[in-house]
Design a protein around this ligand. Structure first.
Ligand code: SF4
Length: 448
């Protein structure tokens, strides 16, 4: 069959979609670039917010309408990922009923589920449920650009943050073995990859016999010809001195930390069951700033969590200013069925949530403008990632500390290390002009 895969949500889903490509190709299917050319459309879904799930339901509806108009009655629609895991066979009851449903640990079943959907012999074409020892490996050749690769190192999460749906959609934390991770990365490097991002709901909690996350990173850094190691996402409770020292001491570990704060108020953090206080969080930021040259930060915030007062919100604004994040992903709280927060009274009116979100985004924009103003004139080393989307004769590139730069007037190729002078910014990217095209490929040595 010809299969089109559409991916929503986080990088874990991007990785899983690549793994799905491998499973389906091994079973003799092929992947196509447009839904209109497909015998089956698989949607890899996200459940993190109510809005994300509504988007999927309307996407199923619009695909069904297009199928009718184009007279493709036999085209199969399948739902994979977190929403499939959370809702399971209930998804068969939605108005534009999908033909198959595969939860996050059930992608090996996809060839069978597709066969069932074609034959129409199975009424409830659903596979869900968590499997402890199922870990996928995405095939290297399925990545469009071969110098940067995602590598999922574990799945699930053992924290129970009260707002979060992940423990029920992705299950408890289960580790891919260090051997499997190292083999996967060696294979990537053998096939020309130079950069990996270690992925997990909370990579910093990685724990295998004799191996915590810092030690895993140290092992990964020994792989010859691997130039850059990034990781996300982290939990403040699991970032220790050993990890900060590892980032500081190893050239190939990129100086960028994504540390979700969620709130700047101890009172709210307690209700979220985040197990740290703002002072603990700031200690990590200060330690990282002290020890890791050129370190940058990104983070996540939720505004309007049940019980959040104006004073709590002021403290969140203050944290945003104190940390000076390069990027902050901010969202209004939305109830997720089955989470502990769902039992709390969602007492912050939607209008207030919207106002707080707008204010926080304005503050982040102000922080970002100051960061970019300070950077103008500096010379950075960046690695080219591909053509820039909206500007001709330009490439997009990235510094080791995760700053995106659009570089004008260069024919540099993905993987090239080049020096650029920063001239300004545009949206969430810096703008730069080429100073020299480095001939070597190696760790971006950022001069900030
Ligand atoms: S640590 Fe992250 S993934 Fe785990 S429960 Fe908390 S918010 Fe969800």
């Amino acid at each position: 069959m010809k299969i089109f895969i559409e991916t929503y949500g986080c990088q874990m889903n991007s990785y899983d979609s690549t793994a799905i490509i491998g499973i389906l190709e091994n079973a003799g299917h092929s992947i196509v670039k447009l839904p209109k050319d497909a015998d089956a459309v698989l949607i890899n879904t996200c459940s993190v917010r109510d809005h994300a799930e509504h988007k999927i339901l309307s996407r199923i509806g619009s695909l069904r309408i297009k199928q009718r108009r184009a007279n493709r009655p036999k085209q199969i629609i399948g739902i994979c990922g977190c929403m499939a895991e959370r809702l399971g066979k209930k998804l068969h009851e939605v108005s534009h009923r999908p033909d198959l449903i595969a939860g996050v640990d059930q992608y090996d079943q996809l060839p069978q589920l597709l066969e069932n959907a074609v034959s129409g012999n199975v009424k409830v074409n659903v596979a869900t449920g968590h499997m402890d020892d199922v870990h996928y490996v995405a095939p290297v050749e399925a990545y469009p650009v071969n110098n940067s690769h995602l590598v999922t190192i574990h799945k699930g999460c053992d924290y129970k943050c009260t707002y979060c749906i992940v423990p029920s959609t992705r299950g408890p934390q289960r580790e891919k073995s260090p051997l499997m991770i190292l083999d996967e990365i060696k294979n990537i490097v053998d096939q020309g990859g130079r950069e990996v991002t270690l992925l997990g709901q909370n990579v910093t909690a990685y724990s295998a016999p004799g191996m915590n996350f810092a030690k895993l990173v140290q092992q990964v850094s020994k792989i010859k010809n691997l130039d850059r190691i990034r990781f996300l996402t982290s939990h403040p409770c699991d970032i220790d001195d050993e990890l900060i020292d590892t980032i500081a001491e190893l050239d190939s570990v990129c100086p960028w930390l994504h540390i979700p704060a969620q709130s700047g108020s101890d009172r709210v953090l307690k209700r979220m069951k985040r197990y740290y206080k703002v002072a603990d969080y700031m200690r990590i930021i200060e330690q990282a700033r002290k020890k890791i040259p050129d370190v940058t930060f990104s983070g996540d915030f939720i505004v309007g969590f049940p019980g959040e007062t104006d004073e709590d919100f002021r403290q969140t604004v203050q944290l945003m200013r104190d940390v000076r994040y390069d990027q902050a992903f901010c969202f209004k709280y939305s109830e997720r069925p089955g989470t502990p927060a769902c039992k709390m009274t969602d007492d912050v009116p939607i209008e207030i949530k919207k106002e707080r979100l707008a204010e926080l985004l304005d503050v982040q924009e102000e922080v970002w403008q100051n960061i970019t103003k300070d950077a103008v004139g500096e010379i950075w080393s960046v690695v080219v990632e591909g053509e820039a989307r909206h500007s001709e004769n330009s490439v997009k590139a990235r510094s080791a500390n995760n700053r995106k730069v659009i570089v004008d007037g260069t024919e540099s190729q993905p993987g090239d290390l080049i020096s650029v002078q920063i001239t300004g910014s545009n949206g969430s990217s810096f703008l730069g002009k080429i100073v020299s095209a480095a001939t070597m490929k190696g760790t971006a040595d950022v001069n900030i």
